[in-house]
Design a protein around this ligand. Structure first.
Ligand SMILES: Nc1ccn([C@@H]2O[C@H](COP(=O)(O)OP(=O)(O)OP(=O)(O)O)[C@@H](O)[C@H]2O)c(=O)n1
Ligand SMILES: [Mg+2]
Length: 405
């Protein structure tokens, strides 16, 4: 099969391929970029594989960077663009089911492709758009099937993360996982424990944000793979619940995590524990805490202006994203409109600050000033007082008098 019209990302890269070929080596586009071109979805990066060894690649171009030279990857800089070029390789020494430290460079494309994870990722394309399909990846793309290349056990032993990648692609593309590939995940699931949490995290979030998360989640659940993710051993019930909802999609990692924590019935404290076990960023952690709090409050009562103010618009929208999956979503524009009506959005917008209070009340700094400011902030947000300097200072005087009595 020949692809007639290549996306623009390939145009400049073709020059690079040609240069390698002119020097007597083979060079192809490989992996995700070929898959995504065939699927007609936007590409993020264009990977090149070659029979030239890293040192040989370096000799062909003026400006190169040794990105991962021990793994065969050299970055070529050309007209301000970066191209990752990786020598054909087989991963000879496997350590502990992780990506091997050592790779063996080979001159044959076939050797390289047969060590790739999935048939849809083992396609190569030459400079003319001709697709090289040694493992029936084209048929699998057409039939919407995720299948390991060759023996799935071998592929998952080479790198156990591939099991997560398999379920992630099922979700991302809305493809079915082929039976023997699925069975091999069930059999090898515990190998996932060998994989760094950070790498699992990437696949897990991509799974949740895919086109049909329930497809990926079903495989993740059925194979028992979930049990080997951090603190997920008891999350089968949550996964089942997610599978019972009508079809859904999620747009943000924040919304996805909050949904998961909420369905798990986690408190802010236990949600924190979970996200920390997953090595989530502090920023993500804080956002999920705020968003989870909103969902919890909404279970009991209508949100007050103060609740909305404390959460901020982003978290309100993340909470709505999670609520939508659970069939309790509202109109996002209406949420934003309601939020816009708040008299102030942050403490900075309050017509007075701590310094004003100290000055006007002629008192020494103390925690009392902070409390007073909190009170005034709350009164303004909830509409009890207008956000006007004179009014707030007067209210501060009255509050201080009451405080002293
Ligand atoms: N554990 C892995 C990771 C990657 N690959 C191979 O390396 C290519 C590039 O990997 P990567 O960029 O991580 O994934 P993509 O398939 O390109 O997917 P994405 O769209 O997420 O980048 C894959 O297509 C696949 O051929 C693999 O065989 N085993
Ligand atoms: Mg990629």
């Amino acid at each position: 099969m020949r692809i007639q019209k290549l996306p623009h990302q390939f145009q400049s890269a073709k020059v690079i391929l040609q240069r390698i070929q002119d020097a007597g080596f083979e060079a192809y586009f490989v992996g995700g970029c070929v898959r995504d071109t065939l699927l007609g979805v936007p590409l993020h990066d264009v990977d090149i594989a070659t029979s030239a060894y890293p040192q040989e690649v370096k000799q062909l171009f003026k400006k190169t960077i040794d990105t991962g030279i021990e793994h065969g990857t050299v970055t070529v800089m050309d007209h301000g663009r970066a191209y990752e070029i990786t020598t054909f390789r087989t991963e000879s020494a496997y350590q502990d089911f992780r990506r091997p430290d050592k790779v063996e460079f080979v001159r044959s494309l076939a050797e390289d492709l047969k060590r790739r994870d999935l048939t849809i990722n083992a396609l190569a394309m030459d400079v003319n758009g001709q697709v090289i399909d040694l493992f029936a990846g084209l048929a699998d793309l057409k039939n919407r099937v995720i299948r390991a290349v060759g023996d799935p056990h071998e592929r998952f032993h080479e790198d156990a993360l591939r099991m997560m990648r398999t379920v992630r692609f099922a979700s991302k593309l809305d493809f079915k996982v082929e039976d023997s590939t699925l069975a091999a995940i069930a059999e090898n699931a515990e190998l996932l424990q060998k994989i760094a949490v950070e790498r699992i995290y990437v696949e897990w979030t991509k799974l949740l944000l895919g086109k049909n998360p329930q497809r990926g989640l079903a495989a993740f659940f059925k194979t028992g793979l979930y049990q080997y993710c951090p603190l997920f051993f008891d999350k089968g019930k949550v996964l089942k619940q997610l599978l019972q909802f009508p079809a859904f999609t999620l747009q943000t990692e924040e919304g996805a995590w909050t949904l998961f924590c909420f369905l798990s019935g986690l408190s802010l404290r236990t949600a924190t524990k979970l996200l920390k076990a997953w090595k989530s960023s502090n920023e993500m952690l804080k956002t999920v805490q705020k968003t989870l709090r909103i969902l919890q409050i909404e279970q009991e009562k209508k949100l007050t202006s103060w609740d909305e103010y404390q959460a901020g618009l982003d978290c309100l929208l993340y909470a709505n994203e999670a609520a939508t999956v659970m069939g309790k979503g509202k109109n996002a524009a209406a949420i934003a409109q309601h939020y816009e009506r708040l008299p102030i959005k942050t403490r900075h917008e309050l017509a007075i600050n701590g310094g004003d209070l100290l000055h006007f009340l002629a008192i020494k700094p103390s925690p009392y000033i902070g409390q007073l400011l909190d009170q005034l902030e709350r009164a303004v947000v909830s509409g009890q007082l207008p956000n006007e300097r004179q009014v707030l200072l007067q209210a501060a005087v009255t509050a201080q008098q009451n405080h002293l009595e």
